[in-house]
Design a protein around this ligand. Structure first.
Ligand SMILES: *Cc1c(COP(=O)(O)O)cnc(C)c1O
Length: 408
């Protein structure tokens, strides 16, 4: 039986959800066939047991510190703050992590879990290649074979990431079916996974998919929020008034939000891409414009047609173009504990250039969405207000694209 948590009390703590069936209120769950449900239950059990062991905790903590370079600092963006003329803007620097983004936090957690479960191969799909590079890195580190499925169209577009995955020793599978992009890569990786799910591990790249993935990936990313909850008051004597993060699947946002969920005075803001218009296929602002539906094995807000099929999506930031969103975010939206806004391509590019030229920090296009919203709000808020933005990644990967786009 699925239980709906009693939300007449205060907002439940981040780590008390989901329930045993993987539900965050009405969202999440395991909308998969029975044989797959059994496999997911196995992974959930193994995870809950292994994460309590000292070996696993110690290994992960050591890697975060000595391999990733954690804790990532919080930086006060003085010139950007002055330029916006209002609230103080701070950045949580996930862009300084090894491999350049927050994804390494969950890639290491998943690779270690696969290793402890005695799996013989890790499988993943990738769109722009960011999740693929993070998994290839983590698998090289723990010594597990890694197979990345990627659409042929994406392979042609994302050359640097393709090269990196090969150098890191991953086997790259070029997917030639359908539109040869992310969704076909998911189908292909999944088909391979089902050949031997007892020995293979399918590493999902955000807080999405069937239970236990939304919970596990959030737990791995919660290191961001735990650090920030401690660092920010040490630095300023107070909690931030706003915590802001971009939302694709929602993992970097869930990571930083989880440190502040119980602090009701802290406003949590997720920023989605409104792309280049609000018509079908022109954006990927799922929580802003979608409605509840089911895909990829879980129930959540979703951009969908009248038959419940996922809509095509678009964003200038390829890490944000997903037609669903992590179920925990859907629940936080309904509870009113977090709010979600959208920023378009133009706002994103403007913030990308401003941060680069005022602070010498080139952000990922994904992160630039969070930045754009914060810059826009900062103007209207006084200097007593503080905004903490999660800089989910660095923009090296986007530099050539932006230069071309803006004729630099
Ligand atoms: C993948 C990616 C994202 C989007 O993923 P979430 O699961 O929503 O965090 C955001 N920023 C960067 C830099 C990414 O690589």
């Amino acid at each position: 039986m699925t239980q709906t948590p009693d939300n007449t009390k205060k907002t439940p703590s981040a780590l008390m959800l989901p329930d045993a069936e993987g539900y965050f209120g009405p969202y999440g769950g395991q909308a998969v066939p029975p044989h797959l449900k059994a496999i997911m239950d196995d992974i959930a059990q193994a995870y809950l047991k292994i994460r309590e062991t000292e070996d696993y905790q110690h290994e992960l903590t050591e890697l975060y510190q000595h391999y990733v370079g954690r804790p990532s600092p919080i930086y006060f963006a003085k010139r950007l703050t002055e330029a916006c003329g209002g609230a103080k803007i701070y950045l949580k620097r996930e862009d300084l992590n090894h491999t350049g983004a927050h994804k390494i936090n969950h890639a290491l957690g998943e690779a270690l879990l696969a290793k402890h479960m005695g799996k013989t191969k890790v499988l993943a799909e990738t769109g722009a290649g960011q999740h693929g590079v993070a998994m290839a890195t983590a698998c090289a580190l723990v010594g597990l074979p890694c197979e990345i499925h990627m659409g042929a169209v994406d392979i042609a577009k994302e050359h640097p990431n393709v090269t990196k995955m090969k150098i890191l020793g991953a086997k790259l599978i070029s997917v030639e079916s359908g539109t040869k992009t992310l969704k076909d890569a998911v189908d292909s990786a999944f088909e391979e996974y089902m050949k031997d799910p007892d020995n293979f591990f399918y590493a999902i790249g955000s807080v999405v998919g069937p239970h236990p993935f939304p919970m596990m990936v959030r737990d791995f990313q919660s290191i961001i929020g735990r650090e920030a909850r401690q660092q920010f008051p040490e630095m300023t004597g107070q909690l931030p008034d706003y915590v802001v993060a971009c939302v694709g699947g929602g993992s970097n946002a869930m990571g930083i939000f989880s440190g502040f969920l119980d602090e009701e005075a802290v406003k949590l803001v997720g920023v989605e891409p409104s792309g280049h218009g609000l018509g079908k296929g022109e954006h990927a602002a799922t929580l802003s414009y979608g409605k509840p539906g089911t895909m990829h094995g879980f129930h959540s807000y979703m951009l969908q047609d009248t038959e419940g099929e996922p809509d095509p999506v678009y964003s200038i930031a390829s890490g944000l173009d997903y037609p669903s969103v992590g179920p925990h975010h859907s629940y936080l939206k309904d509870l009113g504990r977090a709010e979600y806004h959208a920023i378009d391509d133009k706002g994103c590019l403007d913030a990308f250039m401003k941060l680069s030229q005022l602070e010498g920090i080139i952000p990922a296009l994904e992160s630039a969405h969070a930045l754009a919203w914060a810059m826009q709000e900062a103007k209207q808020l006084g200097p007593q207000t503080s905004i903490l933005i999660n800089m989910s990644g660095r923009g090296d990967k986007d530099a050539d694209f932006v230069a071309e786009k803006l004729n630099l």
